[in-house]
Design a protein around this ligand. Sequence first.
Ligand SMILES: Cc1cc2nc3c(=O)[nH]c(=O)nc-3n(C[C@H](O)[C@H](O)[C@H](O)COP(=O)(O)OP(=O)(O)OC[C@H]3O[C@@H](n4cnc5c(N)ncnc54)[C@H](O)[C@@H]3O)c2cc1C
Length: 452
Amino acid sequence: MIRTKELNLKNGSRIVVIGGGPAGAFFSIFASKLAQDLGRKLDITIYEKKIFDNQGALGCNMCAGVISESLVQSLALEDINLPSSVVQSCVDSYYFHTQNGNIKIKSSRIQQRGIATIFRGGGPKGNAGKDIQSFDEFLLHKAVEHGAKVKHIFIDKINLNDDKPVIYAGERLQNDCDLLVGASGVKANSGKIYEKLGIGYKIPSTIRATQSEIELGSDWIANKFGNSIHIFLLRIPGVKFVSVIPKGRFITVSLLGNEPNVEYIKMFLAHPVMKQMLPQGFKIPDKFCHCFPKINIKGAKNPFADRLVLVGDASSVRLYKDGIGSAYITSKAAAHTAILYGIGKQNFEKHYLPVCKNLDADNLFGKLLFSVNDFVSYTALLSKGYFRTIQQEQADLHKTTHHSDILWDMFTGSRFYKEIFIRTLNPRYILNLLFTITSTSLLDMLSIQPKK
Ligand SMILES: Cc1cc2nc3c(=O)[nH]c(=O)nc-3n(C[C@H](O)[C@H](O)[C@H](O)COP(=O)(O)OP(=O)(O)OC[C@H]3O[C@@H](n4cnc5c(N)ncnc54)[C@H](O)[C@@H]3O)c2cc1C
């Protein structure tokens, strides 16, 4: 019988992490903490090409910057409390702008800590103030506090020499290690360096979003946008939906369309519904911070091998939601596997892969939920009835808020999609929804306005 070799991390073992975004920082923090609890010290080096304090694309990891309620709480339990210099706004509600009108949704379950909005880098390009602290820099600094070293170098080649991974930058050998952690995300094209290893790794499928940052002033934003994330379901041709996230004196406009295109942002800002949210005479600046980052929409294949594991976006994430929360989940699972069970392929297969598969399986429910949401939004009769149901629920949060909670959980990413899907099947609430849809359409036919 062939015995598979046992690969373990020992005191002083060397770990190289490629990528110092959330996944790389989380892995380093969890691995150091756990090793320390077991009386071991690890030698961890993070290779990160960006300096996150920089403004604009140079320092930014390009995302909408919403830290979910569940992640804010999980971080607090890990003793990672986001300081006010990192948190740009605290969100307690979602505001939906639809063809049928506007509605603000609050969850009856929202906890004290709420949802945080952050900038991944040092803020939009040309931002004059010094009041923005990068979220990614904050996390990276936490990893350093736990003993990791950071080198700002771009890694372009990996070899699995004599089993031990070796990394290169511009043909120059940088380091060899006992364990290599791929936390390089999907936004750069670094996934190819793992594909070339012949371990069966396949880069996740992605789509590109369109995103921009607009400065409107903190007073204007506080008055007009309040503590809400605004979701616009306006049926603009080619645009699925737009989220507007308040961040101090800026708003981040994050848009999912048929293709990445800055013209969509211009069309959105000129739309009569959005125009009402902008100062009178607002003109779109000639130059404004915008980008077309990739979103992981389908997990990677084989995100591990002997002495190698991929985490965060480079592995599996939750569909459209809480990518940073997914980086937390996969990095923690990979760190636990490496420290408690070993760093062999079979260890990752047994203890890490199920976590990735759970996320991938949950996304199938997510896809279904978003398809139903699209169908309802685009079917006038259904969307009116649904809108009315949510209106009734929001009028009294002490009564049942079943449908509002479903919408809240879908858009905030606070719950797993499978759990949300199961809740949608409750016959009592389906009947209640059907009743409201039928009565709304009857009132419509008779042209009677329902009582608010
Ligand atoms: C438009 C958009 C909006 C989003 N909004 C949200 C949101 O509101 N909330 C949320 O939770 N998630 C959101 N996400 C998802 C979120 O951005 C990701 O899930 C998250 O950043 C994944 O973290 P990561 O560390 O795996 O990858 P990344 O954040 O991409 O970090 C990877 C790091 O690796 C570095 N790197 C890459 N290759 C190399 C190399 N070869 N050498 C050295 N360094 C390298 C990069 O510079 C980068 O710093 C959004 C994504 C997009 C595209």
